[in-house]
Design a protein around this ligand. Structure first.
Ligand code: AP5
Ligand code: MG
Length: 231
């Protein structure tokens, strides 16, 4: 039995919390945007929150800057506090697609504990899987909207008007951390903790593994088929 949003009856009892896990450029942001509009859930992306804080010149942005520039993860205490605050906002009242959080087992445990306090739990973890050679090509061709964070790709997902965001017309940019040396560092430093997070959730039996090398729309369909089947 499914609810109006296409979820299972049992998952409609609390907020719906879905996690997207994947390496640098695997397609988390791309899929989160599609799933958020399809399922009517907020899209919460830790990387976008840090980039917004950087643009705002806030203390959080200043704390995160050096880590992001080196391709390191931002420390857990800063990240957990920022993300939990976001998760408690009215925008996430129905639930949320979590993009890029949790990225360490400590973050995953903190998330589980916070949800448990409200009688909630994660509905599923979607692991978007792409080989490393393809990730590098994807990130090299990525352009993002500085206003809404929507990612595009010059070849595989171009905007309707070259160089302009479909949603708000802003001029697309390359991310500072998409420079090849930072991409290498992100891959070197962030894959291991990501695999630990996946292992943590695999043990709970909540991971949907998805072949992220398929065309964007097909990846979305495959995720939604799993969500709707509600295994
Ligand atoms: P974050 O912004 O989350 O970066 P990331 O994890 O490296 O992931 P990306 O945003 O680069 O990739 P994506 O998976 O969203 O791919 P996208 O959809 O854009 O984090 C940035 C930094 O913030 C981190 O390095 C860290 O310092 C810090 N941070 C963030 N969260 C943190 C946390 N929890 N803890 C600690 N620190 C944290 O797609 C990529 C490209 O491929 C696009 O051009 C897209 O158009 C294209 N594409 C997508 N899908 C397909 C497809 N199926 N076929 C072909 N092309 C595709
Ligand atoms: Mg992203």
């Amino acid at each position: 039995m499914t609810d109006a949003g296409g979820g299972t009856a049992s998952s409609s009892m609390g907020r719906r919390i879905l996690l997207l896990v994947g390496s640098v450029g695997a397609g988390k942001g791309t899929q989160a945007a599609a799933l958020s509009s399809e399922l009517g859930l907020a899209h919460l992306a830790s990387g976008n929150l840090f980039r917004q804080a950087l643009r705002d010149g806030s203390p959080l942005g200043e704390q995160a800057r050096a880590y992001m520039e080196r391709g390191d993860l931002v420390p857990d205490d800063i990240t957990i506090q920022m993300f939990m605050q976001e998760l408690s906002q009215p925008a996430a009242a129905r639930g949320a697609i979590l993009d890029g959080f949790p990225r360490t087992v400590a973050q995953a445990r903190a998330l589980d504990a916070t949800l448990a306090e409200r009688g909630e739990q994660i509905e599923r973890v979607i692991s978007i899987e792409v080989p490393v050679e393809e990730l590098v090509a994807r990130v090299a061709g990525r352009r993002v909207c500085p206003v809404c964070g929507t990612p595009y790709h010059v070849d595989s997902d171009p905007p309707r008007v070259a160089g302009r965001c479909d949603k708000d017309g802003a001029e697309l940019q390359q991310r500072d951390d998409d420079r090849p040396e930072v991409v290498r560092a992100r891959l070197e430093k962030q894959v291991k903790p990501m695999l630990e997070v996946l292992d943590y959730y695999d043990r709970k039996g909540v991971v949907q593994h998805v072949d992220g090398t398929q065309p964007i729309a097909r990846v979305t369909e495959e995720i939604l088929e799993g969500v709707r089947a509600g295994w």
